[in-house]
Design a protein around this ligand. Structure first.
Ligand code: GLP
Length: 240
């Protein structure tokens, strides 16, 4: 695992965007996307590179990690809308190649199986972007998730629902369930790039990078992966 410490969130975003640009130049055609505040600067810098440096996502397939159950894809709080708003509306990724778990599928378990099937057909994700929750979750693999988990229906912890209440009217409006790629699913990607910025991420980053590999900190599973880059700003690195 390589840990890159940058002075601030903007620099961390540029570093991570540069890793994505290099991967695409090297021929990666399958990208894993995630949502979260640490990724905002990455996506802004990718959009800038698209506008000014000719970075192209044409021919790329992109898979989003997770989605709230019950939210239609066009709901402003849906992660599908977030990834469009923050990235894919601003680059030349073919919308038909943006693969999203459906939050309104009548059978979420079947939807989870469909995602696994799509990922298998697409072959390994070449580069997977990840944010980390303050409780150490990646995707929506909450503490206690099996390190061998696959894409599935998951119940959010009260902590995560409280943490996300700021995006909704209040905690009562935060969905209770999500579909998320599992930890083993995420681990199939060839290169995992985790970005974390801000002082509130410092504890989770330390647990993920230096703590024991344990389901209590799902991101700690990254320690078992052969190719991981962790890009953090100084605040998120302050407890390393
Ligand atoms: C959501 C995503 C997670 C991400 C988390 C971090 O929960 N599903 O994949 O790690 O956001 O969000 P933030 O960086 O906004 O705290």
């Amino acid at each position: 695992m390589e840990v890159v410490i940058r002075p601030d969130a903007y620099a961390a975003g540029r570093t991570a965007a540069g890793i994505v640009q290099q991967a695409l130049a090297d021929g990666v055609t399958t990208l894993g996307l995630a949502t979260g505040s640490s990724l905002l600067q990455v996506y802004r810098d990718l959009a800038r590179r698209h506008r000014h440096e000719g970075l192209s996502f044409s021919g790329v397939d992109a898979f989003l990690l997770d989605e709230y159950v019950g939210l239609p894809a066009l709901d402003p709080q849906a992660l599908a809308q977030e990834i469009r708003r923050e990235l894919t509306d601003h680059v030349d990724l073919d919308p038909a190649r943006l693969h999203l778990p459906s939050g309104t599928a009548p059978d979420p378990a079947a939807e989870a199986r469909r995602i696994e099937q799509r990922l298998t057909e697409a072959g390994p994700v070449g580069l997977q972007l990840l944010d980390i929750g303050v409780n150490g979750h990646i995707g929506f693999n909450e503490p206690g998730s099996s390190l061998a988990s696959r894409t599935r229906l998951k119940t959010l912890t009260d902590d995560t629902r409280r943490e996300h209440a700021r995006f909704f009217g209040g905690i009562a409006d935060v969905p209770r369930h999500v579909i998320t790629q599992g930890l083993a699913t995420i681990g199939q990607a060839s290169h995992l790039v985790l970005i974390a910025t801000g002082p509130h991420k410092a504890g989770a980053v330390t647990a993920a990078v230096e703590g024991p590999v344990t389901a209590a900190c799902p991101a700690s599973v990254l320690q078992l992966h052969p190719h991981v880059t962790v890009v953090v700003d100084e605040l998120a690195a302050s407890r390393l």
